[in-house]
Design a protein around this ligand. Structure first.
Ligand SMILES: [Ca+2]
Length: 313
């Protein structure tokens, strides 16, 4: 591990001598919501998030990205909710591969790398909200050896967002995505946390499918987790969307979070989830969209109606 850190800091040191053609680009978006929950729940206006994205090049082969976020809703997944979402530098000194260092999205799962502005549902699936897919600090190599194959492999702290490591162990996480035909891609991802002084090993394995035919999209993910206590968990969703016109889109999603695959009847418990979401997205301007989601969780009188206005700049 010491050797790894020596290489890591040497790479940063070399990169530091390459300042010449710095560029600074800024974009971002904001999302505000009106929420109505059944059964005496919340009924209020909210600022979901304000995201600022600053990115550019500092040299021909070195680029950077900073993403900052503020909002009244908590960022999904484990880690410290400081305002920093991403900070990383991309080093392109190896032909066909990029080395990323800093805090970035773990290469597991389909949704989190997307901008929340572009999500077809207002909320992320349980794969993100339960923390299978989050951000972390470390180093990643990624590339596309052929036009139809993308790979990512990262060595990270394993502590989640905005948190330094609390032990010597580092976690591995990687993903391979294959475009079978232009309309269909499949991906497999795996997370490996070795045994630590305080916890047994933990793994999660994900499979993704994304099919787009004309205006129709069908996608889904399955994430299987083996928690430190040996409990096996499973989260999955099936997602169907249809662009009625370039502005209007209809969305249907079914999401299950099973906190223990060996016991039945726990989807309605505190750790479980079974939710159907019916949604409409209306891009009434190029940079402004209205999303309405009717969220139907398992159980009585707990449905939610969420309207979200997003503006990007
Ligand atoms: Ca660790």
């Amino acid at each position: 591990m010491k050797k790894f850190f020596a290489i890591f800091f040497a790479t940063l040191f070399i990169a530091g001598f390459c300042f010449s053609q710095t560029t600074v680009n800024v974009n971002g978006f904001g999302q505000v919501q009106a929420l109505i929950e059944q059964g005496g729940g919340n009924q209020d206006f909210r600022v979901n998030r304000i995201r600022l994205n600053i990115f550019g090049d500092v040299a021909e082969k070195v680029s950077y990205r900073i993403q900052l976020e503020e909002g009244s809703l908590t960022y999904p997944g484990p880690g410290n909710r400081d305002n920093l979402v991403d900070f990383y530098a991309d080093l392109k000194y190896i032909k066909g591969a990029t080395i990323r260092v800093g805090q970035f999205v773990q290469p597991i799962g389909m949704e989190l790398p997307l901008s929340p502005y572009a999500l077809e549902t207002i909320n992320y699936s349980s794969i993100v909200s339960k923390g299978y897919s989050t951000r972390d600090r470390g180093v990643m190599i990624f590339g596309s050896p052929t036009e139809n194959i993308d790979y990512q492999l990262a060595l990270i702290n394993g502590e989640g967002l905005n948190t330094n490591d609390t032990n010597e162990q580092k976690d591995w996480v990687g993903k391979v995505k294959v475009k079978i035909i232009p309309e269909l891609s499949l991906a497999l991802s795996h997370y490996y946390q070795p045994e630590t002084p305080t916890a047994k090993k933990m793994t999660s394995t994900g499979a993704e499918l994304d099919l787009k035919v004309n205006n129709l999209r069908f996608c889904g993910e399955y994430m299987m987790g083996k928690q430190t206590g040996g409990v096996k968990t499973a989260d999955y969703y099936l997602h169907l969307s249809y662009k009625v016109t370039p502005e209007w889109q209809l969305v249907l999603r079914y999401n299950v979070s099973d906190p223990n695959t060996k016991t039945s009847g726990d989807l309605g418990t505190a750790g479980g989830e079974e939710t159907t979401t019916i949604g409409v997205n209306y891009d009434f301007e190029k940079n402004a969209r209205l999303q309405i989601n009717y969220v139907i969780p398992r159980g009585k009188d707990n449905n939610k109606l969420i309207a979200q206005l997003g503006v990007k700049f």
